[in-house]
Design a protein around this ligand. Structure first.
Ligand SMILES: [Zn+2]
Ligand SMILES: [Zn+2]
Length: 274
């Protein structure tokens, strides 16, 4: 089970919750590591801004796997919606009422893709097309990405071991993360700054001496419907858990909910091991 699966799970979970920006960020992280990730491109196709970007994503999926049924259907739907939009130009206009005024132009069909206003951070158009690459070659250049701004805090002491920490929010000394999404409102909460979120949610119930109660925090995320974050915490709990099979079972259930069948199966297997 890799960090890539974590990112993918968080991306899919966010997409299902309609958190498009969050979802795109996670999927971009996946695609930066693995530009040939079929599932990530497929989910990204539902999150991009324009029909052209959507088509680009779907074409990538089909280039990687011509048998991908979802991508094929997506392309067909796009073709249909474009045809309908094109044909609507020729629909007879309703007769203008008297006195004669200029009738407004017919509205084009609602595009199939949801258009959202912010610019897409990923330079999808800049990524080399699979068709432009030599056969069998993986795209060497990862997409240019706008990474989130690093935390303001540098050299602030680790909440858990007191050693100076860097910008990435993970303590190099004890390895424990310092920044968590608030389980209530999902805003990032830097424990070096504060342990109670602006929304009132305290992180103290999840902090134990020398670390984080990853199992308890994971349960809280799951209760609040942040399955991707829950899986991440449960995986962190695996390292020290006396009951790893319970954790694997919970992880398997979330993966199943997210449609990540293979990952779910793997954790189901692991949950049966003693
Ligand atoms: Zn530390
Ligand atoms: Zn909060």
């Amino acid at each position: 089970m890799s960090a890539l699966d974590d990112e993918l799970a968080q991306g899919i979970a966010a997409a299902k919750l309609g958190q498009r920006d969050v979802a795109r960020q996670h999927l971009q992280n996946v695609l930066r590591t693995d530009p040939r990730h079929e599932t990530a491109w497929l989910w990204m196709s539902g999150l991009v801004d324009t029909p052209a970007q959507k088509r680009d994503c779907l074409q990538r999926v089909l280039a990687l796997n011509p048998g991908n049924e979802m991508a094929r259907r997506g392309m067909e739907q796009m073709a249909q919606s474009e045809a309908a939009s094109f044909l609507s130009v020729f629909e007879p206009r309703t007769p203008p009422p008297a006195p004669v005024v200029i009738a407004p132009p017919p509205l084009s069909e609602t595009p199939e893709a949801v258009i959202i206003s912010e610019p897409l951070p990923i330079g999808i158009a800049d990524v080399p097309q699979p068709s432009q690459l030599p056969a069998g070659a993986a795209p060497s250049a990862a997409p240019a990405l706008d990474l989130p701004p690093p935390s303001k805090i540098t050299d602030a002491p680790c909440v858990f071991c007191g050693a100076p920490t860097g910008m990435d929010g993970i303590c190099d000394t004890c390895g424990i993360e310092q920044i968590f999404d608030c389980p209530l409102c999902s805003h990032p909460l830097d424990l070096r700054e504060r342990k109670v979120c602006e929304c009132g949610q305290s992180m103290l119930p999840f902090l134990v001496s020398g670390g984080v109660d990853h199992n308890k925090l994971g349960d809280e995320y799951q209760k609040r419907d942040y399955p991707g974050a829950a899986v991440k915490q449960w995986k962190a709990a695996l390292a020290t858990s006396p009951k790893p099979s319970q954790l694997h079972r919970k992880i398997a259930e979330v993966y199943l909910d997210l449609g990540m069948i293979e990952q779910s199966r793997q954790h189901n297997e692991l949950s049966k091991q003693k």
